[in-house]
Design a protein around this ligand. Structure first.
Ligand SMILES: Cc1cc2nc3c(=O)[nH]c(=O)nc-3n(C[C@H](O)[C@H](O)[C@H](O)COP(=O)(O)OP(=O)(O)OC[C@H]3O[C@@H](n4cnc5c(N)ncnc54)[C@H](O)[C@@H]3O)c2cc1C
Length: 359
């Protein structure tokens, strides 16, 4: 047994015999390393993550809606600016579904989305941020304050950050099959994130029109074996069809049925049965901007919240960051926008009434 302590909050790298700790602590096996969270630290982390309503002021400096990379980064910054911040999260984000990310800087062996979120939640709470589990149903603005409604409760806040992300449209298959395929890398949603992992593999892109065309061509730089599956028939112009033919991308059509094998995902249409190492759905996303819309914020054509260079929406006191804003839908980008948003929130609050520390 050998544990090499690497980080605060009870995270150790297990250099030998990781299985031994399975029952007592939590071992996360990443590709080249195993990580162990020891039981005493687990308890401490659990306590840290518990909501402490006695320290929550009547009116928050900022309510952050969404506890993904954007919301949690903002919470870390805001708490470290000595501001009162509560994050609301309903646990349905994209980051939490990432089996393992290899392009997020600083983790040479990769890290799973859920572990990254746990680290970020722990970091935010260790500086005094609160995290409430549950869905925010409504946002209103009354007498100069925002009112956040979740379940039967409400909280007031001077500012709100919308960090609610987007949801991917999934191909038609049972949810259990979908989640299992995602976990095993048979289904992937983000060529920018994990195109590298499918290098030289057999890949299908499922979708229609321009979006699916671009995704198939993008992935062609990773592998020569790409098939574009168009469930509703081919809706590409002649230039697009020629381009696909030029780079050797096959097109198939028809209603699709999926089946999982040990190492492959099988796709049937009316005429054929093909095995792929990975399927990329290119079916678009639904932007979770309804709360911003409720307050009258302007949305762009695709549903994203419109913001200025400092992540301000056109509603005073309302900010947005992450996938819900137009941009590269990536963890690093969400985090960058959130850092900007949190600093703008701090500076805007300070302009309204100076933030001065009392002795
Ligand atoms: C399968 C997959 C793999 C990916 N791999 C990578 C990768 O390797 N590298 C990379 O950089 N990016 C990757 N991405 C993209 C990455 O997940 C997103 O860009 C990132 O999560 C965006 O962060 P976010 O905070 O804006 O949104 P999210 O992570 O989606 O978080 C939004 C949060 O808001 C919460 N929420 C929404 N509405 C409400 C509400 N009304 N009330 C309360 N809470 C609410 C959700 O529960 C969620 O926790 C991947 C995406 C997918 C789907």
């Amino acid at each position: 047994m050998a544990l090499r302590r690497l980080r605060p909050h009870g995270l150790f790298q297990v250099t030998r015999n990781p299985g031994r700790f399975g029952r007592r602590g939590r071992v996360c096996n990443f590709q080249r390393a195993s990580w162990f969270i020891c039981p005493s630290h687990r308890q401490r982390t659990k306590r840290l993550l518990q909501v402490n309503t006695s320290t929550e002021p009547r009116s928050l400096d900022c309510a952050v809606i969404g506890g993904g990379p954007a919301g949690l980064t903002a919470a870390i910054y805001l708490a470290r600016y000595h501001l009162a911040v509560t994050v609301f999260d309903d646990g349905s984000g994209r980051a939490a579904t990432i089996p393992i990310t290899h392009n997020h800087a600083g983790f040479p062996g990769g890290i799973s989305g859920s572990d990254l979120m746990l680290r970020m939640r722990t970091q935010a709470c260790s500086y005094g941020a609160q995290i409430r589990q549950g869905r925010v149903d409504a946002l209103t603005h009354e007498k100069g304050e925002f009112v956040v409604s979740f379940g039967a409760k409400t909280l007031e806040a001077r500012t709100v950050l919308i960090a609610t992300g987007v949801t991917n449209r999934a191909p038609e298959m049972p949810k259990a099959m979908h989640d299992e395929a995602l976990r095993r890398g048979l289904l992937r949603y983000c060529p920018v994130c994990d195109g590298f992992e499918i290098t030289d593999k057999r890949v299908a892109v499922v979708g229609q029109g321009e979006r699916a065309f671009h995704e198939a061509v993008f992935l062609r730089s990773y592998t020569p074996h790409i098939t574009l599956l168009c469930p509703k028939g081919v809706d590409l112009n002649s230039t697009q069809r020629n381009r696909l033919a030029q780079v050797g991308i096959r097109i198939e059509i028809g209603p699709l049925q999926f089946e999982l094998e040990q190492e492959a995902i099988v796709v049937r249409n009316l005429t054929s049965r093909s095995r792929f190492d990975t399927v990329y759905p290119a079916l678009g996303t639904t932007v979770r901007s309804d709360l911003a819309q409720m307050l009258g914020a302007t949305l762009l054509a695709e549903g994203c919240v419109r913001v200025d260079d400092h992540q301000r929406t056109d509603v005073r006191g309302l900010y947005a960051a992450g996938d819900v804003v137009k941009g590269l839908d990536q963890i690093s980008h969400a985090m960058g926008q959130a850092g900007v948003a949190a600093t703008t929130i701090r500076n805007d609050l300070c302009d309204q009434s100076p933030l001065v520390r009392r002795s």
